[in-house]
Design a protein around this ligand. Structure first.
Ligand code: E4P
Length: 212
């Protein structure tokens, strides 16, 4: 399973570089870190990772999204154009896929949106686990349904588990067998640590001193 870091913070991206395959952003994330010009920040992030950097279009109209998507893709070959799972977003996905531009269909909340994303040639589809859970639904059940649909139909679109709120979400997504998950720096840190490991190290270090 690929791990993407869900941030535009270059310090975090550099710090966790050994563990990540790429980066995902959205307009909320970009607005926090791109103070003046987005393009240079996108270039900088692309220089730090080996894989895709998802950058979302701002417009929601077909013609504007196509223009924006092509412009984003021209910044760096690692840019993956993030598009909403709307009728227009899916149409843009189809066009950009034909042009060989990587796409990430975001804000996916239903199996049929994921089905249509695959049919339109999306590189990734991003089901939002946490936001579905927040709304009283079962985000992981959606991921399982999409996985069944993609396996049954042999679609190549990669499921990118998104809106992850806990390490349990990461574990369950990996057990389902999704191709990728995107996590915040906070969740990635939790994936890399365990309090009993730290406690065990402390005990070993103390015992070593006492024994000497
Ligand atoms: C993914 O691509 C999104 O940027 C992100 O995972 C959304 O997470 P949130 O629901 O915590 O904002």
């Amino acid at each position: 399973m690929k791990i993407f870091l869900d941030t535009a913070n270059v310090e975090d991206i550099s710090f966790y570089g050994d563990f990540i395959d790429g980066v995902t952003t959205n307009p909320t994330i970009m607005s926090k870190y791109a103070h003046s010009e987005h393009t240079s920040l996108i270039r900088q992030i692309c220089g730090l990772v080996s894989g895709h950097v998802s950058v979302e279009v701002i417009s929601s109209d077909f013609n504007e999204m196509i223009k924006e998507g092509r412009q984003l893709a021209s910044i760096d070959s690692k840019v993956c154009v993030k598009l909403p799972c709307t009728l227009d977003g899916l149409k843009v996905c189809k066009r950009l896929s034909i042009d060989g531009i990587a796409t990430n269909l975001t804000l996916c909340f239903s199996p049929t949106q994921a089905l249509m994303a695959a049919k339109c040639g999306a590189t990734y589809v991003s089901p939002f686990i946490g936001r579905l859970d927040d709304a009283g639904h079962d985000g992981l059940a959606l991921v399982e349904d999409i996985s069944d649909i993609y396996n049954a139909n042999e679609y190549e679109t990669i499921i990118l588990a998104a809106s992850i709120r806990s390490i349990n979400h990461v574990i369950q997504a990996a057990m389902i067998g999704v191709g990728a998950a995107t996590v915040s720096p906070k969740i990635l840190k939790q994936c890399l640590e365990h309090p009993l490991t730290d406690k065990g190290l402390e005990i070993f270090a103390n015992d070593w001193k006492v024994g000497k």
